[in-house]
Write a protein that binds this ligand. Structure first.
Ligand SMILES: Cc1cc2nc3c(=O)[nH]c(=O)nc-3n(C[C@H](O)[C@H](O)[C@H](O)COP(=O)(O)OP(=O)(O)OC[C@H]3O[C@@H](n4cnc5c(N)ncnc54)[C@H](O)[C@@H]3O)c2cc1C
Length: 296
């Protein structure tokens, strides 16, 4: 199917893009990788009057560590840039485990992490990862920049806190206070598919191995990405032993709200959440070791 007619703009600066968004009314859409927007338009689930293509904007195709240990992903960093990043493998185990599991190589070559967060699909892998990492999105609009916590950024299925004239310029992972551990596991019907169930775990541990910060988030098992706060809180101050792992996995499975469909029953999906969280907590970083590419 062809999308309805639309006007196309390709600004050369962020300021021009924001100004175009402001003057284009409510139904202008930013185009980043186009891997969600274009299919939505072709299926006529989205019919923007104006497309603002940000691919010519300079200086947004980075991922880098900040001097304070924070981690920054620009709006034009592609999934594939992250998949093959040695920096990600060395510093961000949860992100590095997820990157090769997003879609297929064609989609990963064009799609962006920031675009995925803005798309706010309840099955999107990156939103679960960034919620577990207690990440943030930096948005720029006519009045300047503001930082939005990931837990407040996604306001519903396919809805975000962005104003119509704001562009998400980067995603940020705050600096770690302890040793970073974690991973991401995803159940998919075939390689490249969206998650039947995805679980992201991000931990920071102290010198004695006790957990000082924890995030657990789920995708594909509810109407939005799920922040399993109680499950993560159950880990704080504890070493990762079998009893505490079982408690956290049970709380995460309880936080899931899946439906039964052609991908499996609700009970099966909840069981998979329990299994994934148990695996990730029993061997944090194992998912990373299994999925790591030979980094460039
Ligand atoms: C076959 C296929 C399989 C896929 N499988 C998966 C999968 O397994 N897991 C998964 O998570 N995703 C999957 N996706 C989606 C893919 O990851 C997309 O790349 C991603 O969801 C959107 O990123 P994008 O850069 O392509 O955004 P676009 O498609 O360009 O935009 C998506 C939405 O976000 C908005 N947007 C984008 N960037 C910005 C910005 N900087 N500021 C403000 N708004 C912005 C757009 O206006 C649009 O509403 C799949 C897609 C396809 C086609």
């Amino acid at each position: 199917m062809f999308p309805p007619r639309f006007a196309y703009q390709a600004p050369r600066s962020l300021e021009e893009a924001i100004s175009l968004l402001g003057s284009s009314g409510d139904y202008a859409k930013v185009l980043a990788g186009g891997q969600s927007l274009v299919p939505m338009m072709k299926l006529r689930f989205a019919s923007p009057d104006v497309i603002i293509d940000i691919n010519n904007l300079p200086g947004l195709d980075y991922h880098r560590a900040g001097p304070d240990g924070s981690f920054h992903v620009g709006a034009l960093a592609r999934h594939a840039d992250l998949e093959w990043s040695s920096l990600l493998g060395q510093t961000q185990p949860t992100m590095a485990a997820a990157a090769p599991l997003i879609a297929d190589p064609l989609v990963r070559n064009r799609g962006t992490l920031v675009g995925s967060l803005c798309h706010a699909d309840p099955q999107g892998d990156w939103a679960a990862v960034m919620i577990a990492l207690k990440g943030q999105v930096v948005a720029q609009g006519p009045a300047g920049r503001r930082t939005i916590d990931m837990k407040d950024f996604v306001t519903g299925p396919f809805e975000t806190a962005l104003a119509h004239d704001e562009i998400a310029v980067e995603a940020v992972v705050p600096p770690a206070q302890g040793a970073r551990k974690g991973g991401y596991l995803k159940l998919e019907r075939r390689v490249g598919d969206f998650a039947t169930c995805g679980a992201a775990v991000a931990l920071e541990t102290g010198p004695a191995g006790d957990v000082i910060k924890a995030g657990i988030a789920l995708c594909g098992v509810g109407g939005a990405t799920i922040d399993a706060v109680d499950a993560a809180d159950a880990l704080i101050g504890q070493p990762l032993g079998p009893a505490v792992i079982d408690t956290a996995a049970s709380l995460a499975a309880g936080a899931a709200n899946p439906g039964s469909d052609h991908r499996g029953s609700a009970d099966y999906k909840r069981h998979m959440v329990h299994t994934f969280v148990t695996r990730l907590l029993t061997s944090p970083n194992a998912a990373l070791d299994a999925s790591m590419r030979t980094a460039a």
